[in-house]
Design a protein around this ligand. Structure first.
Ligand code: HXC
Length: 519
């Protein structure tokens, strides 16, 4: 009996030791930086009492450079499974209080084990990152450990959703694990990501740059597009993860969760009939169109501050999770440029991988012309978007609200790229290019000898003729490229009807190893 008591006590003691991570002093330092510890983060993220921890007694095996003098049970990363609002998830949470959350051999093995478990069972993987990178004392074992994690990120991609929260430093090659995951979230002022830190930058390029300027949350949300979401606090990140997973399924063979919906499906939005300005060059806010038609006006925007000329995000129609893509006329007239093309292409591929239907709202003047765009590869980037739409086999509904000009008409979920249901509002203009550009090409020669005044009058007349011919959806509707011209206020109802009819859609691409998307 005594022996049993001793063994039970020993277990409790070891658990207590593991839960203390790197010890009280380091926990205080962590709190002093405004950050939670690895374990506190899990508590805030998952359903109360649902966390089942793996590998609490794992410790590092190396002893060089003083490692042998210190043993921290759990080895700097807390791993396990839990539920979030009843849904199973796998979690790893890097513990900065143990060797700065640095990744060594056993640390990596723990992450790999929980990732393998998640893939086997089919549940999302959530990584909470806060790490000084490769554990210096473990040398190449750390590098090998990272590669083992990267490999799993790649093989799990498109199989289970992967979410990365960056809650502290994330530097060096370590950034590539979050980069492969589906969503990366950062906290303003406390998290940063870069391939090399400011000191190396100074040495190599002589550039003076702060940590924040190089890889802070703001930068990755607005300039690089690495961060899909940023928040002001860790608590907000946990709320965001909880919300995000309500839109996505457990894995690629499940459907996204269907929630009950008390928002009337036949809710008419009369304001939408008048949202398109009389002047075709005037902007309007496409977000108000989206919010008007989705359930309870609830729209979760992804990469809000990167390439705002295109909007991507999740919403529901009659409780059914849907990916929304929309040109934004109030930013750069909704033009497709390099970033917008890549942003939408990535989002479409996520939706397609995880059985989430796509609804597209089109108001696009075309692809952005000019040397900047061409030199940055608008040909390849535009092709990515085209490829993503064409390849996607999930239900696809497209509504042209106003302009659909040129190649952008084809690309933005057109019938020709396997759009299932293609609608247009009566204000739609479907043409090879905008009226002024078109008449200048067609009649420029004729107008060469005219005075400026004559030219203006002549072009205005031709522009009117062009508009009368093309500034409507009926030419396309006559050819069956548009299934119906709908009243804007009916859009919600028509989308829901469409999604219901497409619920059983089965479309397959031919078997192949993989396509060669122009990366
Ligand atoms: C081992 C590390 C460590 C590391 C930090 N620590 N980084 N131990 N390996 N990579 C330890 C420190 O010794 C310290 O231990 C504790 O973590 C906290 O670190 P501090 O420096 O006191 O914290 P702070 O001032 O907040 O600075 C955090 C930091 C800094 C910016 C992350 O520690 C730092 O620059 N670390 C090195 C980052 C780095 O260059 N990593 C390698 C990147 S290359 P004590 O015992 O005092 O608590 C890489 C390659 C990956 O990762 C390749 C993948 C393919």
């Amino acid at each position: 009996m005594e022996e049993i008591e001793r063994k039970l006590k020993e277990l409790q003691e070891l658990r207590k030791q593991a839960r203390m991570g790197g010890g009280e002093r380091r926990i205080e330092t962590q709190h002093g930086k405004g950050k939670y510890t690895a374990r506190e983060r899990i508590i805030h993220l998952v359903d109360e009492g649902s966390f089942e921890e793996f590998d609490m007694f794992v410790a590092q095996r190396e002893s060089d450079f003083g490692l042998g003098d210190q043993e921290f049970l759990a080895d700097g990363v807390v791993t396990g499974h839990a539920t979030i609002r009843g849904r199973q998830v796998a979690v790893f949470s890097q513990d900065f209080t143990v060797f700065g959350g640095s990744l060594g051999e056993m640390f990596a093995k723990k992450i790999c084990k929980i990732m393998d478990y998640a893939v086997k069972v089919g549940m999302p993987i959530i990584g909470l990152n806060d790490s000084g990178g490769a554990r210096i004392q473990e040398g190449v074992l750390s590098l090998a450990g990272y590669a083992d994690v990267f490999l799993r990120n790649v093989t799990a991609s498109g199989v289970v959703p992967q979410i990365s929260a960056i809650l502290g430093p994330c530097a060096g090659g370590a950034v590539y694990s979050p980069a492969i995951t589906d969503f990366t979230m950062m906290v303003s002022n406390t998290s940063y990501m870069f391939v090399t830190g400011p000191k190396v930058v100074k040495t190599v390029t002589h550039e003076d740059v702060t940590t924040e300027q190089l890889g802070g949350a703001e930068i990755h949300a607005s300039k690089s597009g690495v961060a899909h979401f940023i928040t002001e606090s860790e608590d907000e990140i946990f709320d965001l993860i909880k919300k995000l997973i309500t839109f996505i399924p457990q894995n690629n063979v499940e459907e996204p969760p269907l929630v009950s919906c008390d928002d009337p499906i036949d809710r008419l939005e009369d304001d939408l009939n008048y949202i398109i300005p009389g002047d075709p060059n005037q902007p309007y806010d496409m977000k108000s169109v989206i919010e008007a038609v989705v359930d309870h006006n609830d729209f979760l925007e992804v990469r809000r501050r990167w390439a705002p000329n295109i909007i991507c995000g999740f919403a529901r129609f009659k409780g059914r999770s849907t990916g929304i893509i929309a040109n934004q006329p109030s930013h750069l007239a909704g033009v497709l440029d390099n970033k917008a093309s890549r942003k939408a292409a990535m989002f479409i591929r996520f939706c397609d991988a995880f059985n989430i239907p796509i609804v597209t709202f089109v108001d696009v003047p075309g692809f952005m012309p000019g040397t900047i765009q061409e030199y940055e590869g608008i040909i390849l980037n535009g092709a990515k978007l085209l490829y993503a739409y064409a390849e996607a086999t999930v239900p696809k509904i497209t509504i042209i609200t106003r302009k659909a000009y040129g190649g952008a008409y084809d690309v933005m979920g057109s019938k020709h790229l396997r759009g299932d249901l293609n609608y247009a509002w009566p204000m739609a203009e479907i043409a090879v290019m905008g009226p002024r550009g078109a008449v200048e090409v067609l009649y420029g020669h004729e107008a060469k000898k005219m005075t400026a005044e004559e030219k203006e009058k002549f072009f205005n007349q031709k522009e009117k003729e062009y508009r009368d011919k093309f500034a409507n959806p009926y030419d396309a509707a006559k050819l069956g490229f548009i299934d119906d011209v709908i009243e804007p206020r009916n859009s919600r109802f028509r989308i829901i009807r469409g999604l219901e009819s497409l619920a059983g859609k089965r479309e397959l691409n031919l078997p192949r190893k993989h396509g060669c998307i122009p990366l």
